[in-house]
Design a protein around this ligand. Sequence first.
Ligand code: KIV
Length: 264
Amino acid sequence: MKKITINTLMTWKQEGRKFATATAYDASFAQLFEQQEMPLLLVGDSLGMVLQGKSDTLSVSIEEIAYHTRSVRSGSPSCLLMADMPFMSFSTPEQACENAAVLMKAGANMVKVEGGRWLAETITTLTQRAVPVCAHLGLTPQSVNIFGGFKVQGRSEEQAEQMLQDALALEAAGAQIILLECVPKALAARITDAVRVPVIGIGAGNATDGQILVMHDMFGISANYIPRFSKNYLAETGDLRQAVTRYIEEVATGEFPGPEQTFN
Ligand code: KIV
């Protein structure tokens, strides 16, 4: 695979070319994703749930994300690699710089932070210091205790307007990717049109520039639970590589996510 950079994704957005991405946590799967030309991988703090069996992501540490980032980078030298900043690792711009440095030195090309407008100063501080940032809006799992569960966000007009303004403010602060999780399709479409940077969705409908899935959901690994917005591509194809290829193709054509994986 050709080396992927943020410029690649910007060009794809301008060309209207939709792209698939996934979470990864180890070198073997990262290599498999690279072989199937998955352009962007995320070492998500979802690892607390899918690798460690916790009920949320709050206990994940910066050292754990750095460990998995090193592994994923070994397996996929060419992807744009994004690493999650865990809960309470970016409460101040200074703390964010210190922790982002650990992830960038582990091989990340970019860090992801969860939250709205309050992060503007942190994002500017990070980008000025050469750390590209993805801003994660909507259902931000680190806020599960504020939301009272893993619930769709942005359903009221007021919440939707606030999320749109958050996206614009964080783009203006320097965010180079916006990630939207579990928001109604129409709102995701509005935000995707309003910002110049690529928007990646999960549970956000098919109007975003890219899609992301937690790899365990894509392969149906979690025995008793697949989120409504996900799809078990391994069950459909019976082969890991074909599952990844099918996912990439269905995102490119806009077939995934379909109405059954979309919130309105
Ligand atoms: O941690 C993670 O895997 C994520 C994705 C769900 C986007 O944030």
